[in-house]
Design a protein around this ligand. Sequence first.
Ligand SMILES: Cc1cc2nc3c(=O)[nH]c(=O)nc-3n(C[C@H](O)[C@H](O)[C@H](O)COP(=O)(O)OP(=O)(O)OC[C@H]3O[C@@H](n4cnc5c(N)ncnc54)[C@H](O)[C@@H]3O)c2cc1C
Length: 375
Amino acid sequence: MNQDVVIVGGGIVGCAIADRLARAGVAVCLVERDVLGGAATAASMGHLVVLDDDPAELTLSSYSCALWRELAPLLPDNADYRTTGTLWIARDAAEMAEAERKRTRLAAAGVNGELLTAQQLAACEPALAPNLAGGLRVAADAVVYPPVVAAWLARRAVAAGARLRCGVAVSAIGDGEVVLDDGSRLRARHIVVANGCSVPELLSGAPVRRRKGHLLITTRLQPQVRHQLVELGYVQSAHGEASESVAFNVQPRPTGQLLLGSTREFDAPAGSVTPRLIARLVERAVEFLPGLAGRTALRAWTGFRPTTPDHRPLIGPWPLRAGVWLAGGHEGLGVTTALGTAELLAAQLLDLPLPFDAAPYAPGRFTSAVASHVH
Ligand SMILES: Cc1cc2nc3c(=O)[nH]c(=O)nc-3n(C[C@H](O)[C@H](O)[C@H](O)COP(=O)(O)OP(=O)(O)OC[C@H]3O[C@@H](n4cnc5c(N)ncnc54)[C@H](O)[C@@H]3O)c2cc1C
């Protein structure tokens, strides 16, 4: 059967694109080799956060967070959408100066942030360590449970006419078709590759590299914190090139559990939990939240973030193959930016007005390197 678009990968990005295109009347088939919203989407924290360390990241994340706020009233209860806000924590005067710069950058994009003195920070989150310098509160940021949203978006796409093929993988991309691992083929005018860390398996030379992360969740506690708490040094950890880094990042879950992140590792060979890194993650968290010491951890797990060399996602046409589009490389921000990605990709594919300049995300920015790799 022919369709207009085959989407490869049913993570949050592929599901958001399927939903967006199906609701625009496009005949879509979404192919997922495993389960919807598994892989990185299931492993993630689900923090919906505006990040601003690169203007393109600020544009995509602030636009996407606004779309999440529009979507929130429609989401099912078990999507656990909560407007917790983000509290960026400064340990010293230098980080407080960074908080001020961050507030200015966010304000330029229409995102409100409120600087907090040490006293205001302590009043806002009394469980934090007493020796902190202050912080920046971004009240509109939120949290969500990503695998539920991915499956919900896919179901909404199906209700709008999309086809769903789960449990079968795309093994190759041909001219105007994908080859499935059961030997069958699906023909389509457009093929959207949105298969997370596995993009290079289908598009040789695509610059997507895995970056492992650990998370840990506690048992249920009396609520200790209200905001997603993140140290200001987080961005350095996220965008630095260190082979291993740990940054304080804690999320209150609606169950009373605390979700603790996060580590970043390049070139980790396997997905197993490394006790040494869990110990570092917990130590870091206890520095900021001393009351965590002695609490019981329920479970720890890992996932792989799909990263690109410049830490920006790849959204748009894949220049080395006509009719092939790419939506990948969202690194540690792909839950947040899935909705904006779907809008940007749909606008390009359907030739609609762009919501913002697509150039910073164009996969073609790496094409010459890729071409020399491929040939
Ligand atoms: C520890 C950790 C914490 C994170 N925390 C956050 C956070 O707080 N906020 C945030 O915004 N982001 C966060 N992220 C990042 C976010 O999870 C990812 O950027 C996002 O989930 C990427 O979505 P995706 O759909 O591109 O990829 P994935 O979720 O990996 O989905 C890709 C899908 O493609 C399927 N697939 C692969 N190959 C094939 C094939 N050949 N055929 C068919 N299907 C295929 C896979 O089975 C999978 O379901 C975190 C990530 C990690 C690892």
